[in-house]
Design a binder for this molecule. Structure first.
Ligand code: BG6
Length: 479
């Protein structure tokens, strides 16, 4: 059940608030768990009034929700405070929060959600702390969107600032991939099914490929993206989270810290990445989904000589008993042929082929290795590829699959933000990245940032800079 609280969104005039946060909060506050009093205070520099904020929220909600009481819900639950730009702005915010808590009879529980440009996370946290907003009569939680830091040093510095005002137990670092049902199910799948866990190691698994492909380009985000690139924007967080969930040891309990301890251990066991184990690329003009698209350098606001990578492939090696010698290949890119997030686990081939000489021309009958494909999005589900004998006289083997699709079993999957916001409200940190975890992840990639690894080009609509990719791994499960 939700305790009564005030949910304070910094950056309330932004796109994330409109597209994700308000709809998720609406669903949560209308749901059965919200027995207490839950209210939202939007905060931003724009000089909006409560009414303007409510009107924008109502318009956004109307796009997906039919509810005759929508306006009344917005009027009752949403408030807005302009931060303006003078130095007393946070004092004014504190007074508003105190007044609202009094008027609405709230116990002083506060959630501060920073939906802001990453460069102001530290400053804003400090400002919240300096006026004592974190020191109300109830609990105070801080929520920070990714990216948490720009490299190891800045992540460490941000952790220090955050910890000055909020203990780690009240800090929620968001990686929205962890809110996806299918990503959470990696834990359910691994630790709820003894048959897979018993073969989940170096004796049975040859390699693991983790792919996050997008057909989208950089869109209108070049201002942020050109400075980040795919290593910072996707690999350090989303792909690394998937990697830790696939590679971690079983936790001692299903509690947040037990799970996060195991994830950190995997990161600490991961060998320093050699530059030969990294392929970077940048997209050239091409065709995606039947449309001609620009090269990255011709995108709005991208410098004509940009060397930012829009594609990255990294091979990770884990030096522990379970995974020694098993490569984990992480691959992600923009302007690839389609959207696909997938973990493919390649099992070892059968130790002896019984099918020598049984092929069509008396040659060896090829038997493919078993592959477990966990598709995280879209078309969420599992496929286990196995070999069967084709009906007929001679022994001809063929790959077939056992398949499961979430939608068939459970219907539509809830939005990641709704899951994450719910967990923040009830105080469950399992799906959030811990301070030491974020640093361990940066520690791995930090040496690659600003290195002289070449950035190859690839045609938009292709699967990346192929001749180089093939040096690391041949991807076979994209069709
Ligand atoms: C974001 C990245 O974190 O994740 C974007 O900043 C990327 O560049 C997005 O497009 C992908 O998320 P999803 O949920 O669409 O796979």
């Amino acid at each position: 059940m939700f305790e009564s609280h005030l949910f304070i969104i910094f950056g309330a005039t932004g796109d994330l608030t409109k597209r994700k946060l308000i709809p998720a909060l609406y669903h949560l506050m209308r749901g059965d768990e919200c027995s207490g009093a839950c209210y939202v205070l939007g905060v931003a520099r724009s000089d909006w009034t409560d009414e303007q904020f409510r009107e924008k929220a109502r318009q956004a909600l109307e796009e997906e929700i039919e509810d005759p009481d929508l306006s009344a819900w917005c009027d009752d639950h949403l408030f807005y405070q302009s931060l303006g730009s003078d130095s007393t702005k946070y004092e004014a915010l504190r007074e508003r929060v105190d007044a609202l808590e009094q008027d609405l009879d709230l116990p002083g529980n506060r959630i501060f959600y920073l939906s802001l440009p990453p460069r102001v996370y530290g400053k804003t946290t400090e400002a919240i702390g300096k006026v004592g907003l974190n020191d109300g009569d109830g609990w105070a939680r801080l929520v920070v969107e990714k990216p948490f830091g720009h490299d190891l040093e800045s992540a460490q510095e941000l952790n220090r600032t955050v910890h000055e005002y909020f203990p780690e137990g009240e800090v929620y670092r968001i990686d929205h991939y962890l809110g996806k049902e299918t990503v959470q199910n990696l834990l359910g799948f691994r630790f709820g099914n003894a048959i897979f866990e018993s073969i989940w190691h170096r004796d049975r698994i040859e390699r693991v490929e983790i792919t996050v492909a997008e057909s989208l380009g950089v869109e209108e985000r070049a201002g942020y993206y050109d400075d980040a690139g795919q290593l910072r924007d996707m690999v350090q967080n989303h792909l690394t989270q998937l990697f830790t969930l696939v590679a971690m040891e079983p936790p001692s309990t299903f509690e947040a810290d037990a799970i996060r301890d195991e994830k950190v251990k995997v990161l600490r066991s991961t060998r320093a990445i050699a530059t030969e184990d990294v392929v970077l690329g940048q997209y050239e003009a091409g065709r995606v989904n039947g449309l001609d698209v620009n090269s990255y350098r011709d995108e709005q606001e991208v410098p004509a000589d940009s060397k930012t990578e829009t594609y990255a492939q990294v091979r990770l090696s884990v030096d522990n008993w379970r995974w020694q010698g098993v490569p984990f290949i992480l691959q992600t890119g923009k302007r690839l042929p389609r959207k696909l997030t997938q973990v493919a686990v390649y099992f070892e081939c059968a130790p002896v082929s019984l099918f020598q000489g049984t092929g069509e021309n008396g040659d060896a009958c090829e038997v493919n290795q078993n592959v477990l494909i966990i598709t995280l999005q879209p078309d969420e589900g599992f496929d286990l590829q196995f070999e069967v004998k084709r009906p007929g006289e001679s022994i001809r083997m063929e790959t077939q699959k056992l398949s499961f699709r979430y939608e068939d079993a459970f219907g539509p999957i809830p939005d990641a933000y709704q899951t994450l916001l719910r967990d923040i409200i009830v105080g469950d940190q399992t799906l959030f990245v811990r301070g030491d975890e974020v640093e361990a992840s940066w520690r791995l990639y930090d040496p690659l940032l600003n290195s002289d690894i070449p950035v190859h080009t690839y045609e938009a609509g292709s699967w990346g800079p192929n001749e180089h990719v093939n040096q690391i791994a041949q991807f076979s499960n994209r069709s």
